[in-house]
Design a protein around this ligand. Sequence first.
Ligand SMILES: N[C@@H](CCC(=O)N[C@@H](CS)C(=O)NCC(=O)O)C(=O)O
Length: 216
Amino acid sequence: MQNKPILFMSPGSHHSRRVMLLIREMDIDVEERIVDVRPAGMGGENEGPEFMAINPAGKVPVLQDGELIISESNAIMTYLAESRGPTPLWPSDAALRAKVSHWQFFQAAHISPTADGFLYENVVKPMTGQPVDAGAVEQLTVSFHRWCRVLAHTLDTADYLVGNQLSCADLSVACAFMYERAAQLPVAEHASVQSWLRRIQGRESWKATEPPMQSF
Ligand SMILES: N[C@@H](CCC(=O)N[C@@H](CS)C(=O)NCC(=O)O)C(=O)O
């Protein structure tokens, strides 16, 4: 019998979490192996030779399934959904699947860099004794509202991002908001986005992947 896949992850990693959510939503048997992830130059396990041999980018998540080693959370999700599916989370209809994919690219290109910027300014900098850059926060705020308006364009009239049912799109995008409170993301100004986020956060998969403490 083939060994079960291994997900190298960190419980506090928002990028790991979208894969962890999918694993639970699809009830896939995966070993989750915690990596001590630290920022560059801080001596984390993610920079050690063993992990770098698995992912030369030194980042989690990474999935190992037999011969396959794959990083990038959304690529891992596609692989799991396709190899362990079918699942409505990754629709069989090509047009719907393109829409799911669209939101995953949107998350990686727009929402995550903006939310991560807030996390850096409002959490990492104060924690490391650096001054917050008010100008940077102002620019991030403009971007954040811009991307939330894009989400609201769909969520004002639908409960979920694609086909009005839960899909990988919701799992991918919701994780970008994981540190909403600590990072002071102004989500409250976008009622439909906030309601959608609470809907995802109400799921068992979300509760089961809550990190033991506010870790990063
Ligand atoms: N685009 C990647 C981002 C992965 C990522 O940045 N992971 C963070 C943890 S949330 C990490 O491993 N950081 C360590 C580092 O950058 O050195 C994905 O979606 O998987």
